[in-house]
Design a binder for this molecule. Structure first.
Ligand code: CP3
Length: 345
């Protein structure tokens, strides 16, 4: 069982001795201990073997004074469970074995995740909950339907983004909606199962929604996100938006109480627009982690000061940490957050 620490207290807009802090992609290639395991195992082995998964998830927790552990997994595990296996290719990123661009393609996909297919995720969460200190929050996650569809339709990412899904949205809007609905059902089931398995909160990554204009967002993203919010009402669900300031009011309509924002705008901008009842997560520019320690500490304090001392801020980056970051710099960032003034009502 979890004893509410800084992360969960902040989710409830309560005061804390310092802001909760964790980093997107906190387990990963910038850590030498991660690269050491990666040399001996494929990404997939690391994700699907609960003991390895738990070990990698805990690596950043052992190094830094963080408030949350996010399970080491990927948004693509769900596509694999639906019948579209992936590989992570060095230097190129994720590639799917197949794409879904026609009604026949969609028909040949599973209608839902079969019992057992993602048990490795839920087993890993169980192991982690047992090992983590009770005041640390355990996070599960999934890709948002739109972001998952980008990979499913295109088969991977390319230099020019995901042109195939934009084409499909124009030529076959009904088919695309069916794909998004299928993905939404799977996302809801996967998030619920992670919460059931011991996750205290879940994050939905909409990394590619930012490519859409406001109208497209309302059509292709919002209804599905609203369905996710409704299906998980009462649970802690963080919605991560990247490149999203232009459709923030639409995102607001989905009624997520926890919003993770990128570094396009200062936190005060989001706070002013959204009011005091929303918990904001973010939003240090990940590039700031390359600065020398004094400048990095200054940038970190700028984010903290910009939000102000009121409750409801979870410190994080605006997007994931990159492999080139020196691990000592993360230490500087976390210590700066800890040393900053307490949260007051
Ligand atoms: O935050 C965490 O520490 C949890 C782990 C996590 C991974 N992927 C591990 C990973 C999370 C939350 C993700 C989410 C994810 N995966 C997203 C959404 C978040 C975002 O960053 O926008 C997306 C779009 C993916 C798809 C994906 N998987 C990409 C783009 C890549 C990177 C390819 C590359 O080589 O840079 C992956 C592979 C991946 N997922 C790695 C890690 C640590 C690198 C794998 C390796 O060791 O080679």
């Amino acid at each position: 069982m979890t004893t509410p620490g800084r992360f969960l207290q902040t989710c409830d807009l309560r005061q804390t001795d310092s802001r909760p802090v964790w980093l997107m992609r906190q387990a990963g290639r910038y850590l030498p201990e991660y690269r050491q395991i990666r040399e001996r195992h494929s990404f997939k082995e690391m994700v699907t073997t609960p003991e390895l998964c738990a070990e990698i998830t805990l690596q950043p927790i052992r190094r830094y004074d963080l408030d949350a552990a996010i399970i080491f997994s990927d948004i693509l595990v769900l596509l694999e469970a639906l019948g579209a296996p992936y590989e992570i290719i060095e230097g190129r990123g994720p590639v799917l074995e197949r794409t879904v661009r026609s009604a026949a393609d969609l028909d040949s996909l599973s209608t839902g995740v079969e019992a057992g297919d993602l048990d490795y995720v839920y087993e890993s969460l169980g192991l982690l909950r047992a090992e983590l200190a009770p005041e640390l929050a355990l996070l599960g996650f999934a890709g948002a339907p739109w972001t998952l569809a980008c990979y499913l339709v295109s088969g991977g990412s390319s230099q020019d983004g995901f042109p195939e899904i934009i084409g499909l949205s124009k030529d076959e809007p009904v088919l695309l909606t069916k794909i998004l609905e299928r993905l939404t059902d799977a996302v809801i089931a996967h998030l619920k199962a992670q919460l059931q398995a011991g996750a205290d909160a879940v994050q939905v990554f909409d990394s590619w929604a930012g490519m859409l204009g406001r109208e497209q967002y309302r059509e292709l993203v919002l209804p599905h996100m609203q369905r996710i919010a409704a299906a998980l009402a009462g649970e802690r669900v963080i919605y991560f938006l990247k490149g999203a300031t232009h459709y923030l009011s639409a995102a607001e309509a989905a009624q997520f109480r926890l919003l993770s924002v990128d570094h396009q705008r200062p936190l005060s901008y989001y706070r002013d627009k959204l009011g005091g009842d929303i918990v904001l997560q973010g939003n240090l520019d990940p590039a700031a982690l390359r600065l020398d320690p004094a400048e990095l500490a200054a940038e970190t304090r700028k984010v903290l000061a910009d939000h102000g001392p009121g409750p409801g801020h979870i410190f994080n980056l605006g997007h994931g940490i990159t492999p080139d970051i020196p691990p000592e710099h993360v230490q500087v960032m976390v210590e700066t957050v800890r040393a900053f003034a307490p949260v007051t009502a």
